[in-house]
Design a protein around this ligand. Structure first.
Ligand SMILES: [Zn+2]
Length: 95
């Protein structure tokens, strides 16, 4: 089970990179009753977005406080997924 730690020093909610597989995202969308014709680039949820990786092999979970991709978790910066999801303007790191 993955636990989000909102108190990490970086302000990033994610303590280690995590990519959701396409299969698990399809399962999630079907569970939510969504038709899955093709994989969307961004899937919006209340607490954040699932943003498709450049490779197209999975999704990163992205919020205004961080992203589950290695670039955000290890480099502590606003990543391309956060930019794509539109979180750039409201994001501030606590370094
Ligand atoms: Zn990212």
């Amino acid at each position: 089970m993955y636990v989000i730690d909102a108190t990490t020093p970086t302000g990033n909610e994610f303590v280690e990179p995590m990519k959701q597989s396409n299969e698990s995202v399809i399962t999630l969308l079907q569970f939510l009753g969504k038709e899955v014709d093709e994989m969307p680039d961004i899937i919006k949820f209340n607490k954040g977005d699932l943003v498709r990786s450049d490779e197209g092999d999975g999704y990163y979970f992205t919020t205004q406080n961080g992203c589950s991709c290695p670039d955000s978790v290890y480099r502590h910066r606003t990543c391309k997924h956060m930019n794509r999801a539109g979180f750039r303007s409201v994001h501030t790191w606590k370094l």
